[in-house]
Design a protein around this ligand. Structure first.
Ligand SMILES: [Zn+2]
Length: 141
């Protein structure tokens, strides 16, 4: 079996866990701990192990990632804000593209109806022209 099985029970500040090869981390309940990610401003994108059960009283908690300096927290916060802005912009642009596609489809339909009308009028005008020529020949005879 590869990796090391580790039983963590009460160490709240063990860092650099991700640098070691773990296959499982157990909480005080004896169950495998849940790997979660913090998205708080103080610990953005910071992984930690905690008890799977929210109702459990074992209060198992241990950071996986090492602590970050203040500058890293600020930069990650800015990146997350930028990501949120870009996500909004992408959804706005997708909506605009959807609207433009609808308008394009309406324009294509309008254009093809105009083309059909022109063709119809061209045929009708040719028929009238031929009738006029025929009538001219009949009258001239
Ligand atoms: Zn537990």
């Amino acid at each position: 079996m590869s990796g090391i099985w580790v039983i963590l029970t009460c160490h709240r500040n063990i860092h650099h866990l991700h640098n070691q090869k773990f296959t499982m981390v157990f909480c005080k309940c004896g169950r495998t701990a849940a790997l979660r990610t913090s998205w708080t401003e103080a610990n953005p994108e910071h992984q930690f192990y905690t008890c799977h059960s929210l109702r459990s009283k074992c209060n198992f908690f241990v950071w996986v990632d090492p602590p970050m300096c203040h500058r890293a927290c600020v930069v990650i916060k800015e990146l997350m804000d930028t990501k949120a802005l870009l996500k909004n912009e992408v959804s706005f642009l997708r909506e605009e593209v959807r609207i433009y596609k609808l308008q394009e489809a309406e324009f294509e339909e309008f254009h093809s109806s105009v083309v059909r009308k022109r063709e119809r009028w061209l045929i009708i005008s040719w028929i009238f022209f031929m009738l006029f020529v025929l009538l001219f020949f009949i009258i001239s005879m």
